[in-house]
Design a protein around this ligand. Structure first.
Ligand code: SF4
Ligand code: SF4
Length: 83
């Protein structure tokens, strides 16, 4: 049950979550407008969820319906980067 970053991160992208992640699985690029969580590496500790200033992070099963597409977006960011 990985954690997922959703729409409120867009343009905020302040990286607070990155500083608390114990397995360094939250990443982005200069061209992306938000951060993403690698679902394979995430250990479900929830540290990131509690520090996000805009409540952009949810566990996979509690992502609001309107932001479910971000589950795929987080996964695809890492699938693409490993090609
Ligand atoms: S839940 Fe824990 S391991 Fe997963 S991205 Fe957040 S801080 Fe990192
Ligand atoms: S703490 Fe929240 S707003 Fe900041 S980069 Fe992480 S998910 Fe985005």
């Amino acid at each position: 049950m990985p954690f997922i970053i959703t729409e409120p991160c867009l343009e905020v992208k302040d990286a607070t979550c990155v500083t608390v992640c114990p397995v360094d699985c939250i990443q982005t690029t200069d061209d992306d407008k938000m951060f993403f969580i690698d679902p394979v590496t995430c250990i479900d500790c929830a540290y990131c969820e509690s520090v996000c200033p805009v409540n952009a992070i949810f566990d996979e099963f509690t992502v609001p319906a309107k932001w479910r597409e971000y589950i795929r977006k987080n996964r695809e960011f890492f699938a693409n980067s490993k090609r």
